[in-house]
Design a protein around this ligand. Structure first.
Ligand SMILES: NC(=O)c1ccc[n+]([C@@H]2O[C@H](COP(=O)([O-])OP(=O)(O)OC[C@H]3O[C@@H](n4cnc5c(N)ncnc54)[C@H](OP(=O)(O)O)[C@@H]3O)[C@@H](O)[C@H]2O)c1
Length: 289
């Protein structure tokens, strides 16, 4: 099976390339090799490539910058995925396109299912929702996988930032009134292949199990680091409130936990908990023991 990955040097794309290298015939385009902002480039490169499955992990992911660069957001996250999807349809290939929990407004207080109405409150969320719609309009057999709070070794994310701050400062804080679920790139890579050659199309939510605030996420990470023998100046995480984040430009959903019931029904297994996934990550990549 030949797999091509767009966004191959991003946090998720790089993990997918690494995990699939030994099992499949995999190649990737990094941003410089294929620019989703340049539709002629997209058409030319993809028409010249041969693949059975195309995975789009490329996106304009800077949530605040999307507010001021709306045209770029809608082109990269919205229009380009539709073009990619159409090329895949013409080639008889399956597209797996990644999307986000930020398509929801955060007003719900229970996990969002695939049937819940997406009502984004940011340009990033709007542009990603446009991308989902364009992908599925091109071919209902394509798969849109929404994930949340992605972390992994290939590019630093919130958890790595918190660990670094706790190594350098006696006091660290994180937001205590915003909730979703951390999701490990390794777990995404492990679950995805079951959808490579299956008929399953449409929208699918995937996240590690459970839910937490950023404060709880950071506290667990520091506890795991302590357990792993890493020296930290800060051992506890203080609470910040969303309203204190005056530097944020974009609005973010307060609650964006994704229900993985559909995934569990299709795959026959439930994802491991976010605590187990974070502990595994820290043991593998931070442990001093
Ligand atoms: N990170 C999260 O917490 C999170 C949460 C929910 C959903 N997601 C979704 O998961 C997917 C993967 O995100 P990630 O966490 O891996 O983010 P990431 O590390 O920012 O990766 C995105 C990749 O896309 C590339 N890219 C940006 N603009 C591009 C363009 N015009 N053409 C081609 N490539 C371009 C980036 O390259 P450069 O860096 O070189 O520009 C980067 O390699 C995205 O669809 C994102 O919306 C992420």
């Amino acid at each position: 099976m030949k797999i091509v990955i767009i966004g191959a040097e991003g946090r998720l794309g790089a993990a997918l390339v690494r995990e699939y290298r030994d099992k499949y015939d995999v190649s990737g385009f990094n941003h410089a090799q294929l620019d989703l902002w340049n539709l002629d480039d997209v058409r030319e490169k993809l028409r010249a490539s041969r693949f059975d499955v195309l995975i789009n992990a490329g996106a304009f992911t800077n949530v605040d910058l999307c507010e001021t660069e709306r045209d770029r957001a809608f082109m990269v996250n919205g229009e380009a995925p539709g073009i990619v999807a159409e090329i895949c349809r013409q080639k008889g290939a399956k597209l797996i396109h990644f999307s986000t929990d930020y398509v929801f407004d955060g007003e719900k207080r229970g996990p969002y299912t695939e049937e819940d109405e997406a009502k984004p409150i940011s340009v990033y969320g709007e542009s990603k929702l446009a991308g989902e719609k364009n992908v599925l309009a091109a071919d209902g057999g394509h798969l849109v996988v929404r994930v949340s709070w992605v972390f992994g070794p290939d590019r630093p994310s919130f958890v790595d930032g918190m660990i670094k701050r706790a190594q350098e400062n006696e006091k660290v804080d994180a937001i205590s009134d915003k909730f979703s679920t951390p999701t490990y790139t390794h777990d995404i890579a492990r679950m995805l292949p079951q959808f490579f050659d299956r008929v399953q199309g449409g929208i699918l939510h995937f996240a590690n199990a459970g839910e937490c605030s950023w404060e709880e996420y950071a506290q667990w990470a520091l506890d795991c680091c302590h357990e792993a023998g890493l020296s930290l100046k800060a051992r506890t995480v203080g609470a910040l409130k969303l309203k204190d984040m005056s530097s944020w430009v974009a609005r973010r959903p307060v609650y964006s936990v994704l229900s993985t019931e559909k995934y569990a029904q299709l795959g026959g297994t439930s994802p491991r908990t976010w605590r187990d996934a974070v502990a595994d990550y820290i043991t593998r990549f931070y442990s001093k023991k």
